[in-house]
Design a protein around this ligand. Structure first.
Ligand SMILES: Cc1cc2nc3c(=O)[nH]c(=O)nc-3n(C[C@H](O)[C@H](O)[C@H](O)COP(=O)(O)O)c2cc1C
Length: 157
């Protein structure tokens, strides 16, 4: 099964998980870059959280890989205010017609996984073949490695 892992990360946690998944699955990946300023307390927390709550789109850098060439697109996002990030919302909106099937993963403090996966399902107009929610505490306790192994196993064929 040919998989493409697509993710957005503001502070590196989702990126770290994406790298572990892509190593485990030996799949290609694409990092989505949001052209909007998201660093710092004001832009990072308040404005970004507000944009997520309002379900805003953003402008992302041109993508390099065509999702149509893959059997599954695995979409990864941090959770902001119990929602997907504007960067992933934008990627899905612009590319969903090119998805054959999807899987989702997210990283978070601990709240909003089911709500986020539900809205990603609606936006993709596809039920994910698998989902993985990684809580920061799990990373601290090294539990994420087994979670990633179990998730990745579902794509071996
Ligand atoms: C604006 C903002 C809103 C957030 N809202 C939530 C939330 O609703 N639930 C949660 O569990 N974590 C929330 N978090 C924490 C992030 O989801 C978590 O730290 C994530 O792993 C960061 O990923 P990154 O390093 O890839 O950017 C929020 C973080 C930010 C910056």
């Amino acid at each position: 099964m040919k998989c493409l892992l697509v993710f957005y990360s503001r502070t590196g946690i989702t990126k770290k998980i994406a790298e572990l998944i892509s190593t485990e699955m030996n799949c290609e990946y694409e990092e989505i870059i949001d052209t909007k300023k998201r660093k710092g307390r004001f832009f990072g927390f308040i404005k970004s959280g507000f944009a997520a709550t309002r379900e805003k789109l953003t402008i992302i850098k041109k993508i390099q890989k065509d999702p149509k060439l893959y059997d599954v697109v695995i979409l990864g996002t941090p959770i902001w205010n119990k929602r997907m990030t504007p960067a992933i919302r934008t990627y899905i909106t612009e590319n969903k017609n090119r998805f054959k099937s999807v899987a989702f993963f997210c990283t978070m403090g601990g709240k909003g996984g089911p709500e986020t996966f539900e809205s990603m399902t609606k936006l993709c107009e596809k039920t994910p073949v698998s989902t993985l929610a990684i809580i920061r505490k799990d990373i601290k306790n090294e539990l994420h490695r087994d979670e990633i192994k179990n998730f990745s196993l579902q794509f071996t064929s």
